[in-house]
Design a protein around this ligand. Structure first.
Ligand code: SIN
Length: 349
Protein backbone atom coordinates (compact mmCIF):
# COMPACT_ATOMS: atom_id res chain seq x y z
CA UNK A 1 0.00 0.00 0.00
CA UNK A 2 1.48 3.36 -1.09
CA UNK A 3 1.05 6.50 1.01
CA UNK A 4 2.29 9.86 -0.27
CA UNK A 5 3.64 12.34 2.31
CA UNK A 6 3.76 15.96 1.12
CA UNK A 7 5.85 18.43 3.13
CA UNK A 8 4.94 22.11 3.41
CA UNK A 9 7.05 23.18 6.44
CA UNK A 10 5.80 24.28 9.86
CA UNK A 11 7.06 23.62 13.38
CA UNK A 12 7.00 19.89 12.67
CA UNK A 13 9.93 20.66 10.33
CA UNK A 14 11.36 23.34 12.62
CA UNK A 15 14.90 23.49 13.98
CA UNK A 16 16.27 25.39 16.97
CA UNK A 17 19.60 25.67 18.75
CA UNK A 18 18.42 25.87 22.36
CA UNK A 19 16.64 22.70 23.49
CA UNK A 20 15.55 24.49 26.70
CA UNK A 21 13.70 27.22 24.85
CA UNK A 22 10.73 25.69 23.02
CA UNK A 23 9.99 28.95 21.17
CA UNK A 24 13.52 29.63 19.87
CA UNK A 25 13.40 27.85 16.53
CA UNK A 26 12.75 28.45 12.85
CA UNK A 27 9.80 26.67 11.25
CA UNK A 28 10.09 24.90 7.90
CA UNK A 29 13.73 23.73 7.90
CA UNK A 30 13.83 19.93 7.80
CA UNK A 31 12.93 18.05 4.59
CA UNK A 32 9.85 15.86 4.85
CA UNK A 33 11.96 12.78 3.95
CA UNK A 34 14.04 13.41 7.10
CA UNK A 35 10.91 13.81 9.26
CA UNK A 36 9.95 10.26 8.37
CA UNK A 37 13.21 8.75 9.56
CA UNK A 38 12.49 6.66 12.64
CA UNK A 39 8.70 6.86 12.21
CA UNK A 40 7.05 3.44 12.38
CA UNK A 41 5.12 2.85 9.19
CA UNK A 42 1.78 1.01 9.17
CA UNK A 43 2.21 -2.69 8.26
CA UNK A 44 2.67 -3.12 4.51
CA UNK A 45 2.96 0.61 3.85
CA UNK A 46 5.40 2.10 1.36
CA UNK A 47 5.90 5.85 1.69
CA UNK A 48 6.73 8.31 -1.12
CA UNK A 49 7.70 11.86 -0.15
CA UNK A 50 7.55 15.18 -1.95
CA UNK A 51 8.51 18.63 -0.70
CA UNK A 52 5.78 20.95 -1.97
CA UNK A 53 6.82 23.99 0.10
CA UNK A 54 9.04 24.80 3.09
CA UNK A 55 7.47 27.68 4.99
CA UNK A 56 6.14 28.97 8.27
CA UNK A 57 2.42 28.55 7.70
CA UNK A 58 1.68 32.11 8.87
CA UNK A 59 3.01 32.97 5.39
CA UNK A 60 0.81 30.51 3.50
CA UNK A 61 -0.34 31.98 0.19
CA UNK A 62 -2.64 31.22 -2.71
CA UNK A 63 0.18 30.14 -5.04
CA UNK A 64 1.26 27.45 -2.56
CA UNK A 65 -2.36 26.30 -2.24
CA UNK A 66 -2.56 26.00 -6.03
CA UNK A 67 0.60 23.88 -6.11
CA UNK A 68 -0.56 21.75 -3.18
CA UNK A 69 -3.95 21.20 -4.80
CA UNK A 70 -2.33 20.20 -8.11
CA UNK A 71 0.06 17.75 -6.40
CA UNK A 72 -2.75 16.23 -4.30
CA UNK A 73 -4.91 15.76 -7.39
CA UNK A 74 -1.98 14.21 -9.23
CA UNK A 75 -1.26 11.70 -6.46
CA UNK A 76 -4.90 10.86 -5.69
CA UNK A 77 -5.31 9.79 -9.33
CA UNK A 78 -2.46 7.24 -8.87
CA UNK A 79 -2.51 3.88 -7.16
CA UNK A 80 -2.07 5.28 -3.63
CA UNK A 81 -4.09 4.68 -0.45
CA UNK A 82 -4.06 8.34 0.49
CA UNK A 83 -1.99 11.39 1.33
CA UNK A 84 -0.46 12.82 4.51
CA UNK A 85 0.47 16.53 4.49
CA UNK A 86 2.87 17.96 7.06
CA UNK A 87 1.91 21.59 7.78
CA UNK A 88 2.38 24.38 10.30
CA UNK A 89 -0.39 24.68 12.88
CA UNK A 90 -1.07 28.39 12.37
CA UNK A 91 -3.07 28.21 9.14
CA UNK A 92 -3.56 24.46 9.00
CA UNK A 93 -7.35 24.79 9.39
CA UNK A 94 -7.45 27.09 6.34
CA UNK A 95 -5.46 24.72 4.12
CA UNK A 96 -7.56 21.78 5.34
CA UNK A 97 -10.80 23.62 4.53
CA UNK A 98 -9.52 24.73 1.13
CA UNK A 99 -8.56 21.16 0.18
CA UNK A 100 -11.87 19.78 1.51
CA UNK A 101 -13.64 22.04 -1.02
CA UNK A 102 -11.44 21.14 -3.99
CA UNK A 103 -10.35 17.50 -3.67
CA UNK A 104 -12.30 14.33 -4.39
CA UNK A 105 -13.14 12.60 -1.12
CA UNK A 106 -12.90 8.94 -2.06
CA UNK A 107 -9.43 8.63 -0.48
CA UNK A 108 -8.13 10.11 2.79
CA UNK A 109 -5.99 13.26 2.86
CA UNK A 110 -4.70 13.80 6.40
CA UNK A 111 -2.97 17.01 7.48
CA UNK A 112 -0.71 16.80 10.51
CA UNK A 113 1.63 19.10 12.40
CA UNK A 114 3.54 19.64 15.64
CA UNK A 115 3.68 22.20 18.42
CA UNK A 116 7.34 21.45 19.16
CA UNK A 117 10.17 21.68 16.65
CA UNK A 118 11.96 18.58 15.41
CA UNK A 119 15.01 19.50 17.55
CA UNK A 120 13.00 19.53 20.81
CA UNK A 121 14.12 16.83 23.31
CA UNK A 122 10.55 15.44 23.23
CA UNK A 123 9.12 16.38 19.83
CA UNK A 124 5.43 15.67 19.18
CA UNK A 125 5.85 15.54 15.40
CA UNK A 126 6.86 11.86 15.09
CA UNK A 127 3.79 10.65 17.05
CA UNK A 128 1.47 12.90 15.03
CA UNK A 129 3.00 11.64 11.80
CA UNK A 130 2.62 8.03 12.96
CA UNK A 131 -1.04 8.71 13.80
CA UNK A 132 -1.68 10.39 10.45
CA UNK A 133 -0.15 7.50 8.49
CA UNK A 134 -2.20 5.07 10.53
CA UNK A 135 -5.41 7.03 9.84
CA UNK A 136 -4.78 6.86 6.09
CA UNK A 137 -4.75 3.05 6.30
CA UNK A 138 -8.21 2.81 7.92
CA UNK A 139 -10.47 1.33 5.22
CA UNK A 140 -13.31 3.73 6.16
CA UNK A 141 -11.18 6.88 6.07
CA UNK A 142 -12.08 9.35 3.30
CA UNK A 143 -11.71 13.03 2.55
CA UNK A 144 -9.73 15.73 4.31
CA UNK A 145 -8.99 15.37 8.02
CA UNK A 146 -6.63 16.94 10.55
CA UNK A 147 -4.64 14.85 13.05
CA UNK A 148 -3.00 16.32 16.15
CA UNK A 149 -2.34 14.85 19.63
CA UNK A 150 -4.19 11.60 18.95
CA UNK A 151 -7.36 13.28 17.67
CA UNK A 152 -8.77 13.37 14.14
CA UNK A 153 -10.88 16.42 13.27
CA UNK A 154 -13.05 17.28 10.27
CA UNK A 155 -11.88 20.13 8.02
CA UNK A 156 -15.11 22.14 8.37
CA UNK A 157 -15.04 22.64 12.14
CA UNK A 158 -11.41 22.27 13.20
CA UNK A 159 -9.72 25.35 14.65
CA UNK A 160 -6.44 26.04 16.40
CA UNK A 161 -7.57 27.11 19.86
CA UNK A 162 -4.33 26.99 21.90
CA UNK A 163 -1.07 28.79 21.16
CA UNK A 164 1.14 26.38 23.10
CA UNK A 165 -0.68 23.21 24.18
CA UNK A 166 0.25 20.03 22.36
CA UNK A 167 -3.47 19.40 21.71
CA UNK A 168 -3.82 22.77 20.03
CA UNK A 169 -6.93 21.95 17.96
CA UNK A 170 -10.60 21.52 18.74
CA UNK A 171 -13.89 21.12 16.86
CA UNK A 172 -17.30 22.42 17.98
CA UNK A 173 -18.93 18.99 17.95
CA UNK A 174 -15.79 17.11 18.97
CA UNK A 175 -13.15 15.10 17.11
CA UNK A 176 -14.24 12.51 14.58
CA UNK A 177 -11.90 9.86 15.97
CA UNK A 178 -9.51 9.27 18.88
CA UNK A 179 -6.34 7.15 18.80
CA UNK A 180 -5.67 5.21 21.99
CA UNK A 181 -3.20 2.33 22.41
CA UNK A 182 -2.36 2.44 18.71
CA UNK A 183 -5.99 1.96 17.62
CA UNK A 184 -8.30 4.57 16.08
CA UNK A 185 -11.74 4.67 17.72
CA UNK A 186 -14.83 6.33 16.27
CA UNK A 187 -18.56 5.75 16.25
CA UNK A 188 -18.54 2.58 14.19
CA UNK A 189 -21.97 3.27 12.70
CA UNK A 190 -20.64 6.48 11.17
CA UNK A 191 -18.30 6.96 8.21
CA UNK A 192 -14.79 8.15 9.10
CA UNK A 193 -14.51 11.27 6.99
CA UNK A 194 -16.33 13.56 4.60
CA UNK A 195 -19.82 12.56 3.47
CA UNK A 196 -22.36 14.03 1.04
CA UNK A 197 -19.71 15.34 -1.30
CA UNK A 198 -20.92 17.10 -4.43
CA UNK A 199 -18.23 15.80 -6.81
CA UNK A 200 -19.33 18.04 -9.64
CA UNK A 201 -18.96 21.14 -7.44
CA UNK A 202 -15.55 19.93 -6.22
CA UNK A 203 -14.32 19.57 -9.81
CA UNK A 204 -15.61 22.99 -10.83
CA UNK A 205 -14.02 24.70 -7.82
CA UNK A 206 -10.69 22.93 -8.37
CA UNK A 207 -10.62 23.89 -12.05
CA UNK A 208 -11.51 27.50 -11.24
CA UNK A 209 -8.78 27.96 -8.67
CA UNK A 210 -6.14 26.15 -10.71
CA UNK A 211 -6.91 28.33 -13.72
CA UNK A 212 -7.12 31.67 -11.91
CA UNK A 213 -3.70 33.31 -11.79
CA UNK A 214 -4.57 36.04 -9.31
CA UNK A 215 -7.26 35.09 -6.82
CA UNK A 216 -9.94 37.65 -5.96
CA UNK A 217 -9.13 40.13 -3.24
CA UNK A 218 -11.38 39.19 -0.31
CA UNK A 219 -10.61 40.91 2.99
CA UNK A 220 -11.80 40.22 6.53
CA UNK A 221 -12.98 43.01 8.82
CA UNK A 222 -13.69 42.52 12.54
CA UNK A 223 -16.52 44.18 14.45
CA UNK A 224 -15.35 45.12 17.95
CA UNK A 225 -15.88 47.63 20.73
CA UNK A 226 -14.84 51.07 19.54
CA UNK A 227 -14.92 50.04 15.85
CA UNK A 228 -14.96 52.70 13.14
CA UNK A 229 -15.60 52.46 9.42
CA UNK A 230 -12.05 53.62 8.66
CA UNK A 231 -10.56 50.19 7.94
CA UNK A 232 -13.38 49.35 5.57
CA UNK A 233 -13.12 52.72 3.80
CA UNK A 234 -9.40 52.12 3.28
CA UNK A 235 -10.14 48.65 1.90
CA UNK A 236 -12.55 50.13 -0.63
CA UNK A 237 -9.77 52.18 -2.18
CA UNK A 238 -8.06 50.19 -4.95
CA UNK A 239 -4.54 50.47 -3.64
CA UNK A 240 -1.44 50.58 -5.78
CA UNK A 241 1.30 48.08 -4.99
CA UNK A 242 4.45 49.72 -3.64
CA UNK A 243 7.97 48.89 -4.76
CA UNK A 244 8.34 46.55 -1.82
CA UNK A 245 5.17 44.66 -2.53
CA UNK A 246 4.68 42.40 -5.51
CA UNK A 247 1.21 41.12 -4.55
CA UNK A 248 -0.87 41.63 -7.70
CA UNK A 249 -4.12 41.65 -5.70
CA UNK A 250 -3.21 45.03 -4.21
CA UNK A 251 -3.85 46.65 -7.57
CA UNK A 252 -7.34 45.15 -7.69
CA UNK A 253 -10.54 46.59 -6.28
CA UNK A 254 -12.05 44.75 -3.35
CA UNK A 255 -13.85 41.67 -4.74
CA UNK A 256 -15.58 40.67 -1.52
CA UNK A 257 -15.69 41.40 2.16
CA UNK A 258 -16.07 39.02 5.11
CA UNK A 259 -17.33 40.60 8.30
CA UNK A 260 -16.49 38.81 11.55
CA UNK A 261 -19.50 40.09 13.44
CA UNK A 262 -20.40 39.82 17.11
CA UNK A 263 -22.82 37.16 18.46
CA UNK A 264 -25.76 36.57 16.14
CA UNK A 265 -24.14 38.60 13.35
CA UNK A 266 -24.53 42.03 14.91
CA UNK A 267 -22.15 44.79 13.84
CA UNK A 268 -20.97 48.00 15.54
CA UNK A 269 -23.07 50.93 14.31
CA UNK A 270 -20.05 52.79 12.93
CA UNK A 271 -18.85 49.78 10.96
CA UNK A 272 -22.42 49.04 9.85
CA UNK A 273 -22.67 52.48 8.22
CA UNK A 274 -19.46 51.81 6.27
CA UNK A 275 -20.76 48.37 5.33
CA UNK A 276 -23.94 49.86 3.85
CA UNK A 277 -21.74 52.10 1.77
CA UNK A 278 -19.74 49.05 0.57
CA UNK A 279 -23.00 47.26 -0.38
CA UNK A 280 -24.19 50.33 -2.30
CA UNK A 281 -20.84 50.36 -4.11
CA UNK A 282 -21.56 46.78 -5.24
CA UNK A 283 -19.06 44.96 -3.02
CA UNK A 284 -20.52 41.55 -2.07
CA UNK A 285 -20.47 40.91 1.67
CA UNK A 286 -20.39 37.67 3.67
CA UNK A 287 -21.23 38.00 7.35
CA UNK A 288 -20.17 35.42 9.91
CA UNK A 289 -19.72 35.44 13.66
CA UNK A 290 -16.49 35.89 15.56
CA UNK A 291 -17.88 33.49 18.24
CA UNK A 292 -15.62 30.46 18.09
CA UNK A 293 -18.23 27.76 18.60
CA UNK A 294 -21.36 29.25 17.07
CA UNK A 295 -22.26 28.60 13.48
CA UNK A 296 -24.62 31.39 12.44
CA UNK A 297 -28.19 30.54 11.56
CA UNK A 298 -29.71 34.03 11.61
CA UNK A 299 -29.95 36.13 8.50
CA UNK A 300 -28.64 39.68 9.00
CA UNK A 301 -31.85 41.26 7.73
CA UNK A 302 -31.32 44.17 10.09
CA UNK A 303 -28.36 45.19 7.97
CA UNK A 304 -30.64 45.74 5.03
CA UNK A 305 -33.33 47.53 6.97
CA UNK A 306 -31.87 50.95 6.16
CA UNK A 307 -30.21 50.01 2.88
CA UNK A 308 -33.11 50.38 0.50
CA UNK A 309 -32.27 49.77 -3.12
CA UNK A 310 -35.77 49.23 -4.47
CA UNK A 311 -39.14 49.70 -2.85
CA UNK A 312 -41.50 46.79 -2.05
CA UNK A 313 -38.74 44.21 -1.64
CA UNK A 314 -38.49 41.81 1.23
CA UNK A 315 -35.16 41.40 3.00
CA UNK A 316 -34.21 38.06 1.42
CA UNK A 317 -34.76 39.40 -2.11
CA UNK A 318 -32.71 42.43 -1.22
CA UNK A 319 -29.99 40.21 0.20
CA UNK A 320 -29.73 38.38 -3.12
CA UNK A 321 -29.65 41.60 -5.09
CA UNK A 322 -27.09 43.22 -2.85
CA UNK A 323 -24.79 40.23 -2.61
CA UNK A 324 -25.23 39.83 1.13
CA UNK A 325 -24.68 36.33 2.49
CA UNK A 326 -24.43 34.83 5.94
CA UNK A 327 -22.00 31.98 6.61
CA UNK A 328 -21.78 29.41 9.41
CA UNK A 329 -18.02 29.12 8.84
CA UNK A 330 -15.29 30.81 10.87
CA UNK A 331 -14.18 34.14 9.33
CA UNK A 332 -10.98 32.69 7.77
CA UNK A 333 -12.84 29.73 6.27
CA UNK A 334 -15.71 31.96 5.10
CA UNK A 335 -13.07 33.98 3.23
CA UNK A 336 -11.93 30.84 1.37
CA UNK A 337 -15.51 29.86 0.60
CA UNK A 338 -16.14 33.37 -0.73
CA UNK A 339 -13.03 33.34 -2.96
CA UNK A 340 -14.05 29.97 -4.40
CA UNK A 341 -17.55 31.30 -5.16
CA UNK A 342 -16.14 34.41 -6.82
CA UNK A 343 -13.70 32.38 -8.96
CA UNK A 344 -16.51 30.06 -10.05
CA UNK A 345 -18.78 32.97 -10.93
CA UNK A 346 -16.00 34.71 -12.86
CA UNK A 347 -15.64 31.56 -14.97
CA UNK A 348 -19.36 31.64 -15.88
CA UNK A 349 -19.24 35.16 -17.32
C1 SIN B 1 3.66 27.33 11.48
O1 SIN B 1 2.44 27.42 11.50
O2 SIN B 1 4.29 27.06 10.44
C2 SIN B 1 4.47 27.59 12.70
C3 SIN B 1 3.75 27.23 13.96
C4 SIN B 1 3.47 25.77 14.09
O3 SIN B 1 3.61 24.96 13.19
O4 SIN B 1 3.03 25.40 15.22
Amino acid sequence: MKIVVLGTGGTIAGEGHDPHNALAYTAGQRPVSVLLQGVTLPPGAEVLTEQVAQLDSKDMDHATWQTLLARCRHWLAQDVAGIVITHGTDTLEETAFFLSQTLPADKPVVLTCAMRPATHPQPDGPANLTDALSLVTQPQARGVMVVCAGLAHGAGEVQKVHASRLDAFASASGPWAVRAQDVWHWASNLPLGQVDIDEDAIEKRATACLQTAVWPRVEVVLSHAGATGAVLQAMLQASTPGDHDSDARLGQPLAGLVVAATGHVTIHAALEAALRHALRCGVPVMVTTRCVWSGVTTSPHWLLANTKFESNMDASTEAQLTGLQVSPLSPVKARIDFMLQLMLNAGKV
